[in-house]
Design a protein around this ligand. Structure first.
Ligand SMILES: [Zn+2]
Length: 323
């Protein structure tokens, strides 16, 4: 049974079924008076169906998701799309312009949801995103990368005890999926509270494209659309193996300050007490061995070799069922 779609309202517009529309939602003005706007691409199918959003760059330095959205949107045909995809490639517009994770006042946009129309700039952007986008959707995908000098193995995070989130995470099929309790002020939490099932994708590092993460993320978003019956069946090459489910993880911290040499990379499986690298002082004397506190999969790494005592270095996630 296919029912024709109705016009889709967004901002001041009403979008016809079977159209692809680029919109700019006004946020504020910059210090020089130039308008600051949220770029939104709406793919409104001819046939009625679910409404899903996909966003990137809530942290302005996380560019992999921007490329994932470009690749996904280029593969969606609005003539055959069932339902509507709202793509927001850049949410933290001021941060993105400056290559900065945060807003100019150092606020973290992903701690500013659901926001308010009269709050800080972060709070205002969050409010526009909630009222114009999240309010119209039942499902959302929030694309991220590692922060600072960290890189992440491609993974989805979400409340895996929520059956809808779990179905989406299964469809996404990244190598690892991580159960994550919600964080105050995050888009994921605000979206879930507004009644949408939200999954978060993490892959690669800030400022740089990571081709593996981009490819996995693009295929994952398309598989979610396929699972929701919004697009036609995908080619076999997009079928992925079952992900490893992890419910807990540990950061291995530097026991001494110095220069670190790591012998593992993201995706590696490690055993408890396995040597993962070492830390040397400026003279080249070994200060400490880095060992795995638990067995599991390396899902994140600090790429900066200069470490201070206590710095998080290697993120090890523990698979749910080690047999
Ligand atoms: Zn992020």
């Amino acid at each position: 049974m296919t029912e024709p779609a109705a016009p889709f309202p967004l901002g001041e517009r009403s979008l016809r079924p079977g159209t692809r529309t680029e919109l700019e939602l006004p946020i504020a003005k910059t210090v020089t008076g130039a308008p600051l706007a949220l770029p939104v691409l709406v793919l409104h199918g001819r046939t009625a169906g679910p409404v899903m959003w996909v966003n990137a760059a809530i942290h302005g330095d996380e560019v992999n998701g921007v490329e994932i959205i470009r690749r996904v949107s280029s593969q969606i045909d609005v003539r055959t799309l069932r339902g509507t995809v709202i793509a927001v490639p850049v949410v933290n517009v001021p941060g993105f312009v400056n290559g900065d994770r945060y807003l100019p006042d150092r606020r973290d946009l992903n701690r500013s949801f659901p926001g308010s129309p009269r709050g800080s700039l972060a709070s205002r952007i969050a409010h526009i995103f909630m009222t114009e986008i999240v309010a119209r959707c039942t499902v959302g995908i929030d694309l991220h990368s590692g922060s600072g000098h960290r890189t992440n193995l491609a993974q989805v995070r979400g409340d895996l005890d929520n059956p809808v989130v779990r179905t989406l995470a299964d469809a996404f099929a990244t190598p690892v999926m991580m159960h994550a309790s919600t964080r105050d002020g995050s888009l994921r939490q605000a979206g879930n509270e507004a009644g949408a099932a939200v999954v978060m994708f993490e892959g690669g590092e800030a400022w740089r494209f990571d081709e593996d993460s981009i490819r996995i993320g693009t295929a994952g978003v398309l598989r979610v659309l396929e699972t929701m019956d919004m697009i036609e069946s995908l080619d076999d090459h997009l079928v992925a193996p079952r992900p490893v489910v992890c419910r807990s993880s540990r950061w291995v911290r530097a026991r001494r300050s110095g220069v670190a040499q790591l012998s593992v990379t993201t995706g590696d499986h490690v055993q408890k007490n396995q040597e993962l690298g070492s830390i040397h002082d400026a003279f080249g004397n070994r200060q400490s061995r880095i060992t795995a506190p638990v067995g599991g999969i390396v899902v994140g790494l600090n790429l900066d070799p200069i470490v201070n005592q206590g710095d998080a270095m290697i993120h090890v996630a523990e698979p749910e069922d080690i047999s």
